[in-house]
Design a protein around this ligand. Structure first.
Ligand SMILES: C[S@@+](CC[C@H](N)C(=O)[O-])C[C@H]1O[C@@H](n2cnc3c(N)ncnc32)[C@H](O)[C@@H]1O
Length: 259
């Protein structure tokens, strides 16, 4: 049972989070190679929309944004809930998050990747966006992180994960390393969690409509505004069998803590 860990299991294969943090903006937390910013803007928009749709936030909720990076989602969630705790293993990411002005109900915490000093049963929702995809193949570590999620959650509390899966189990994006399947994420071990809902959010090889949202400097933002809700609707109805042409997909898992 992992209680401490070699932090290299949390790092991207082609760089380090400390280096990504130096990029600033969306390049620090999405694609550091996106020179125009259009791809990252499209990814940011669809992930935020997925969060809006599936997080079911209430104004008294306490939320943990696990692997918060520079606080992109932490700050986005804050106006809708009572408190958001941003948690990260990378001091450089947290320094950026803390230096960015944000709402008063946000608090940031360092972690070793497995533990955070919040009381048992004190959290309504744990969010993880593009974080667990780096350690899910190390099953012992992954399950130790899920046990920490379960410990913090109140009975009936939920986790919302938006993480990369490989529909074929063979391919992944450059930074993720070994391809992980949907089943890898569902191997909860002894963490008392159950799957409540799941769907595709974003395609690694976007189809025409999704590609158009990243194309032009002026039309891209307009198309992103207009078509992203429709693209999310469409993607969320796709089955794994219909995604066999995809190198990877951002997949949403909604998990519930057992009573
Ligand atoms: C791709 S970035 C995503 C940041 C943020 N979730 C977002 O979507 O904007 C991944 C972040 O997860 C952090 N991280 C990776 N493994 C972690 C772990 N086990 N616990 C906490 N943070 C972790 C990294 O330091 C990095 O800041």
């Amino acid at each position: 049972m992992a209680t401490s860990v070699d932090e290299s299991v949390f790092q991207p294969v082609d760089s380090s989070w400390a280096e990504f943090a130096q990029q600033g903006g969306l390049r620090a937390v999405i694609d550091p190679n996106d020179a125009t910013g259009r791809r990252n803007a499209a990814i940011d928009r669809i992930q935020r929309l997925a969060l809006e749709r599936f997080a079911h936030l209430t104004e008294d909720a306490v939320v943990v944004d696990w692997g918060c990076g520079t606080g992109r989602m932490t700050r986005a969630l804050a106006p809708s809930v009572r408190r958001v705790h941003g948690v990260d293993v990378t001091p450089e990411m947290l320094a950026e998050a803390r230096a960015t002005p944000g709402p008063d109900n946000v608090e940031y915490h360092d972690t070793d990747g497995l533990h955070v000093p919040l009381p048992d049963g004190s959290v309504d929702l744990v969010l993880s966006v593009c974080v667990l995809q780096y350690c899910v193949k190390d099953r012992e570590t992954y399950q130790a992180v899920l046990r920490e999620f379960s410990r913090m959650l109140r009975p009936g509390g939920r986790c919302l994960l938006i993480e990369q899966i490989s529909p074929t189990g063979t391919t992944a994006s450059d930074s993720v390393g070994d391809a992980a399947t949907r089943s890898d994420y569902l191997a909860f071990g002894d963490a008392p969690l159950r799957l409540r809902n799941e769907c595709a959010v974003r395609l690694g090889a976007p189809r025409l409509f999704e590609r158009l949202t990243t194309m032009h400097r002026w039309t891209g933002p307009l198309l992103r505004g207009l078509t992203t809700p429709w693209i999310l609707d469409h993607n969320s109805r796709l089955t794994i069998d219909e995604l066999q042409d995809q190198p990877y997909v951002d997949w949403l898992f909604e998990l519930e803590a057992s009573e």
